[in-house]
Design a protein around this ligand. Structure first.
Ligand code: AMP
Length: 419
């Protein structure tokens, strides 16, 4: 019989690795709180047409990567492949604009895409992200980028760089796409098959192709989108750059950074891990002024980013940024038998109620084996509980770090543990 295993492209986050994730999550919470952003949690599955309309029919995500299924009522549902569309849906559904003109939101959760799995690319993976909804101004773009960078700085990550670009307003981009088509016309035959298809559809996607031949054609013959921005687009981008300079954030301007999703306008940005290999994108984002109105919501400008957690864990491991698991036990209770376990139960209960971390032996091990286990669990104190201790009300407490033993009355234990 076949062994039961995780599905290809999915993984367990194991109990002995969880401290890494918890460290990241705790820094994220602190960073987001310092920018006064509020958390939003949306369902893991949504109507399929939220994503086909929100992300775009021709994007890789919608055209080939979605986990879609029909439920028993015949509705087409999809495990969310990204979170911006879900946040936009929530914004519209609950009339956020009536609460306040600006919403600064953050999220953390699993996403699902049927991609070819490899190091740093899973079919279920986690993202955290930010959506700043309501402001059309460059200060919102700069703030989103600033938040994204702060996370890596706070975590102590060194090997990353920020790339920024502007892909202009929808109108300017339409004009640019025609200019691009003209410039590449004579070289269409040199492009890979996929890019030849993209040439007639969303030609901007040619910039995303990893094929060296296509990259060469683009480098030689593609005009820069930055030369085709409207005056307003240019001013917006200049102001974003000035604000990043003022915040002391280094960046590279990368006119080839157009991003895979259809909904972006003006600013786009990406943070690359410089020691990550093929899957080097840590974080991607940009402005999406038309998404909410495209989903039948009010005309609402917005900017945000999404960042992968698995890749961040890989990058932090490579830079040795995780300490060993710091979890510990305040008091390890080692009862001699089940009657002693019963007898000590009220104390265990009351200490746990007060927030102490108390491990109660559940394996009926020998005292020697319990001591070994207490060491392994990084216990600060161990109490061996026998009949005599219960009768006298005095427990023998062993301090595991200093290897000394003290006799302590039951009523005093709390004070000892507090020290
Ligand atoms: P995207 O939503 O495609 O802009 O991706 C944003 C970030 O999510 C990327 O920069 C990656 O860090 C991460 N990411 C995207 N797809 C995957 C995947 N299949 N597996 C792991 N991380 C991913």
């Amino acid at each position: 019989m076949q062994k039961l295993r995780t599905i290809k492209g999915t993984h367990d986050i194991l109990p002995w690795d969880i401290h890494k994730w918890q460290k990241i999550e705790s820094v994220l919470r602190d960073v987001f709180a310092s920018y006064v952003c509020k958390e939003i949690r949306t369902p893991v599955f949504e109507s399929t047409n939220l994503f086909s309309r929100g992300v775009g029919e021709f994007s890789d995500i919608v055209s080939k990567e979605m986990y879609s299924f029909q439920d028993k009522g015949g509705d087409s549902l999809t495990l969310r492949p990204e979170l911006t569309a879900s946040v936009a849906r929530s914004y519209i559904q609950h009339n956020y604009q009536q609460e306040s003109p600006l919403h600064k939101l953050w999220y953390f959760g699993p996403l699902f895409r049927q991609e070819r799995p490899q190091a740093g690319r899973q079919r279920q993976f986690y993202q955290y992200g930010i959506e700043l909804i309501g402001s059309p101004f460059p200060e919102a773009d700069a703030e989103a980028i600033d938040i994204a960078c702060s996370v890596y700085r706070k975590l102590g990550l060194k090997n990353w760089e920020l790339h920024i670009n502007s892909i202009g307003s929808i109108e300017a981009r339409k004009v640019y796409m025609e200019v691009l088509r003209d410039s590449l016309k004579a070289h269409k035959g040199e492009l890979c098959e996929t890019c030849q298809d993209r040439y007639d559809g969303n030609i901007l996607r040619l910039f995303d192709c990893k094929n060296p031949g296509c990259q060469e054609v683009m480098k030689e013959h593609a005009p820069s989108i930055l030369d085709h921005l409207s005056e307003e687009d240019k001013q917006h981008f200049e102001q974003v750059k000035k604000l990043l300079d003022a915040a002391g954030i280094d960046y590279t301007i990368n006119p080839a950074l157009v991003r895979g999703l259809d909904y972006y306008t003006r600013t786009t940005f990406e943070i690359k891990g410089t020691a990550l290999g093929a899957q080097d994108a840590l974080c991607g984002g940009g402005r999406y002024d038309k998404l909410i109105s495209d989903l039948d919501g009010p005309d609402t400008p917005a900017v945000g980013f999404a960042a992968g957690v698995e890749r961040l864990v890989i990058a932090m491991e490579a830079e040795e940024l995780f300490n060993a698991d710091q979890s510990f036990v305040d008091l390890y209770i080692a009862p001699m038998d089940i009657a002693c376990l019963e007898g000590i139960s009220p104390l265990v209960h009351s200490l746990r109620d007060k927030g102490f971390r108390v491990h109660l032996e559940l394996m009926r091990r020998s005292v020697k084996a319990m001591m070994r286990d207490a060491n392994r669990q990084n216990a600060r104190w161990v109490a061996v509980v026998g009949e005599q201790e219960l009768q006298s009300g005095n427990l023998r407490l062993k301090n595991m770090q200093e290897n000394i033993q003290q006799e302590i009355n039951l009523n005093e234990i709390e004070n000892i543990l507090k020290k």
